[in-house]
Design a protein around this ligand. Sequence first.
Ligand SMILES: [Fe+2]
Ligand SMILES: [Fe+2]
Length: 265
Amino acid sequence: MENILDKEIKGIIDAYPEVGKILEEYGIGCAPCSVGSCLMKDIVGIHNLDPQQEATLMYRIEKAVYPGRDIPEPKVDLTKKAAPKKIMYSPPVKKLVDEHVLIKRLLALIPSVVEYIENNVEVDKELVLRCVDFIRNYADKYHHMKEEDILFKYVDENAEIIQVMYKDHDTGRNHIRQVVEGAENGNKAQIKEHLFGYRDLLTQHIKKEDEILYPWIDRQLSDTQVGEMFRRCNEADASVGDELPKKYENFINKLEEKFLKEVVK
Ligand SMILES: [Fe+2]
Ligand SMILES: [Fe+2]
């Protein structure tokens, strides 16, 4: 099995597509990943499966790759269900998870914003640009910058999972540039395409961070590092002032009020 563990996952999935399907059953979405240079052993480590799940997963993968081999079946107690894992975040990481909540509230409003724009003759440029302002200054500058400048520095930045996160941040910025261009030109289709593109991207991105990346980083941090990271995150927040998160929370509250009221009408 050592030789499989040391191979890049994309190569394994290309040669044995069944492996991609098996991984997906365990909530490990390697098949659609755009980079794919993770090693098999890193994937198993990053996802932190319980020992029963890991033994069964590795058995099934080995069977898919070497169907002719006599591989002993793992002794798994099928009556014992794996308890759902409750993720415990360190304080600085928990703060980042909490920031995701406000970003997800904006993502949930995007279909209503797009519908409103489509149903009006003129593009409400101010509305689009206010959403862009939230995305650029809260989601990107306030939140993503803490990830890029602080959090990611505590682990191997060349690890594929970190590279994928950087790539997602950049793809998000490109979508938002397109949204601004659409607003400037009154191009509803362009606004729609890229606001939805941003929503789909960030929805998956936040899920990966909350469920996989952040717990993986937390598992590698010593108490001293957690304390240091907490201090650095607090300093970064203090440098922008208390008003910034409050301002953007108010914006989301108002946006929800506007669109929830319209739904009720
Ligand atoms: Fe991120
Ligand atoms: Fe994030």
